[in-house]
Write a protein that binds this ligand. Structure first.
Ligand SMILES: [Cu+2]
Length: 649
């Protein structure tokens, strides 16, 4: 161990004192210098070594112009690089131009590179697979249209085919449908309607019409073509039996707001080739789905908006990782709001913390609870204060994962509501009848708070805003929060951390880097500071160095196996065996909309061994899902090693 050279304490105090005196004089005698003086004093304070040791330190990451993107999704790959995905980046011009972006940031080399992005993965779901690839599914097929911009009536029409003999029928984009009074509507896409199917029930033959849905637009502008009730439509050009057998049905055709429409494409992002590799499509189109790891390593896609912007009514599906394809999962039908936070627990159940982002029923599917995938039962977990304020909250499986405790932070009421909460709560899911117990309040009510598990068994929380998308809260037009804090599960308290200098609200993310720092990105305010004009997407990136990086030498991992088996013990070489107190496998983050279901920290039992330590990996797959982890050795002062990548099989 070689101690890091340091200025001696008395010298540091002396220089600090002189600096303070000089700055104070500037502040008092030179009025025009006041602002500069205060800033300089602040700069001076936050750059003192003693300050960093207590609160940590933020720095701005210089991002070359060509790599500044709207960070909507971020994931740490097992190459140590950060995948930053924008897709169209919530920018209509990009969407219409087909400009979809993904960049990779390599923190080890401090370099960026561009990755070709085949479709608009904006607002897809993602999770890491056991092989280390990032499964990314869903995204954006169409952008929302606000009511004020809608010039003509439109809606979803179901085209039905009662004929079992004519085969599937294709209708090109622009096919006209007519209402009873002759009003014309045109289809927006090509469409194939399957033939009817027949089934024998005893002597009776039952016909089930084939059906397919398509978006239709009224040919004429204005309110005339609005139909506010279910009605039938004829397909223009069909005659005879065709005209009787094939027709359209629509619940309503209106000039209401059109929501974003989901996509069904799916990829595995390969960290080695750094490319998107197409898999089979999803069964459903999904915008804002959660991809949750299942106990066996397959993945469940849950919730989302369909291609017409409608909430999927509990239709979930699973990814068969070995076949690289999606299959319907009607046995797991269950309604959740969009981006539900589903944490994999030790026994294979998924805990829905209540956290979610954006859309869904006001009432159905918002109650926290344990979802048993074996029999599709759901056991509610009661006790959450402010239960109506779970939208835009965040939640995390507290470290170590063995404690089986999930904590929820902040959140707001459903939709564009001015109401948000500072509440936190912790559920101990190892209890036979788990309940949410109150945790300490956050310093301010917060939506979109980022939560990052650190290697020293604490949780760093940063960013967020009190108002909806950084907007008005109380008497302020902007409500970004710059305070950061570290939650210590051992004491159940928050400790103040250094303040960030960039506000982060909607569409922002933070994740742990292998070197123990935290990177923060994104933010998508609805309005500019005046509160009247549209906001600008935040493209600056910051990096936070926690206090443990200013406390001296870090334990060193000299050698470790590349892969280990669950339930076995492996050896690590370290010259610091004597001072290491904990060993953790930290699973890398894959985060969007402050929902990060991948990150978790698993405790390894430590025993002394020649030349280092022997570490034991727990047996339960629900505790340690297969995949890549960062191994951190941490000393009694909470100073962690640099993370070393290990694959758990
Ligand atoms: Cu979004």
């Amino acid at each position: 161990m070689k101690p890091r050279p340091r200025t001696s304490t008395p010298r540091r105090l002396l220089s600090a004192g002189i600096g303070l005196v000089v700055l104070s004089v500037l502040v008092f005698v030179n009025r025009p210098m006041v602002a500069f003086g205060a800033d300089a004093l602040h700069d001076f304070s936050i750059n003192r070594e003693s300050y960093k040791q207590k609160y940590g330190h933020w720095s701005r990451l210089p991002v070359p112009q060509g790599f500044r993107v709207n960070a909507i999704h971020a994931a740490l790959l097992n190459t140590g690089k950060v995948l930053i995905v924008a897709g169209s980046g919530n920018n209509r011009d990009n969407f219409e131009a087909g400009t979809f972006r993904t960049v990779l940031y390599d923190p080890a080399k401090d370099s960026f590179s561009e990755v070709p992005t085949p479709t608009d993965v904006f607002c897809a779901g993602h999770t890491f697979l056991p092989n280390g690839n990032l499964l990314i599914a869903g995204g954006t097929k169409s952008y929302e249209v606000l009511e004020k911009n809608i010039t003509h009536a439109a809606g979803v029409m179901k085209i039905k085919n009662e004929s079992a003999t004519g085969g599937p029928r294709a209708f090109p984009k622009g096919t006209t449908l007519l209402s009873a009074d002759g009003t014309a509507y045109r289809t927006r896409d090509d469409l194939t309607v399957p033939a009817a199917t027949t089934m024998k029930h005893g002597d009776e033959v039952m016909t089930h019409a084939g059906a397919a849905e398509v978006w239709v637009d009224a040919v004429a502008d204005g309110d005339g073509p609005i139909v506010d009730h279910p009605a039938q439509y004829t397909v223009s050009g069909l005659t005879g039996a065709d005209k009787r057998n094939i027709y359209g049905l629509a619940d309503k055709i209106t000039r209401e707001k059109q929501e974003y429409g989901g996509d069904k494409t799916s990829y595995e992002f390969d960290p080695r080739t750094e490319r998107y590799v197409r898999t089979g499509d999803m069964v459903e189109h999904r915008w804002y789905p959660t991809l949750a790891e299942m106990p066996g390593g397959d993945v469940l896609a849950v919730s989302g908006l369909d291609e017409f912007g409608r909430m999927l009514p509990g239709h979930n599906e699973r990814y068969l990782k070995d076949q690289r394809r999606w299959v319907d999962a009607p046995e797991l039908k269950r309604v959740f709001p969009t981006y539900p936070a589903l944490h994999l627990m030790k026994d294979g159940k998924l805990f829905f913390s209540g956290s979610n982002a954006g859309y869904g029923s006001d009432t159905e599917g918002r109650t926290p609870g344990l979802w048993n995938l074996k029999n599709n039962t759901f056991k509610e977990v009661p006790g959450l204060r402010d239960p109506r304020m779970t939208e835009t909250s965040s939640s995390v499986l507290l470290p170590p994962a063995q404690d089986q405790k999930v904590m929820i932070f902040g959140g707001g009421e459903v939709g564009e509501s001015a109401v948000s909460t500072a509440r936190t709560a912790v559920a101990d899911l190892d209890q036979p009848a788990p309940v949410y117990e109150p945790g300490p309040d956050l310093p301010h009510p917060a939506r979109y708070l980022s939560t990052v598990i650190l290697p020293d068994d604490t949780v760093f929380t940063t960013g967020g805003s009190s108002g909806y998308r950084g907007g008005r809260y109380g008497d302020k037009t902007r409500s970004d929060l710059f305070n950061a804090q570290i939650y210590r599960p051992g004491t159940g308290k928050f400790e103040t951390a250094a303040e960030s200098s960039v506000g982060r609200n909607y569409h922002s993310e933070a994740l742990l880097l292998p070197d123990g720092r935290v990177i923060t990105m994104g933010s998508d305010p609805l309005y500019d500071p005046s509160g009247r004009n549209p906001g600008t997407f935040e493209q600056r990136i910051e990096v936070y160095s926690p206090p443990y990086l200013f406390k001296g030498d870090r334990p060193v991992i000299g050698g470790a196996p590349e892969a280990v088996q669950r339930g076995t013990t492996f050896a690590v070489a370290t010259p610091d065996a004597g001072r290491v107190r904990t060993a953790r496998l930290v699973r890398p983050s894959a985060v969007t909309h402050v929902t990060d279901l991948d990150q978790r920290s698993v405790a390894l039992d430590i025993t002394p061994a020649t030349g280092g330590l022997a570490l034991s990996v727990p047996k339960a797959r629900g505790l340690v899902p297969s995949g890549w982890y960062m191994l951190f050795l941490t000393d009694a002062e909470g100073v962690p090693s640099v993370g070393r990548w290990i694959r758990v099989r």
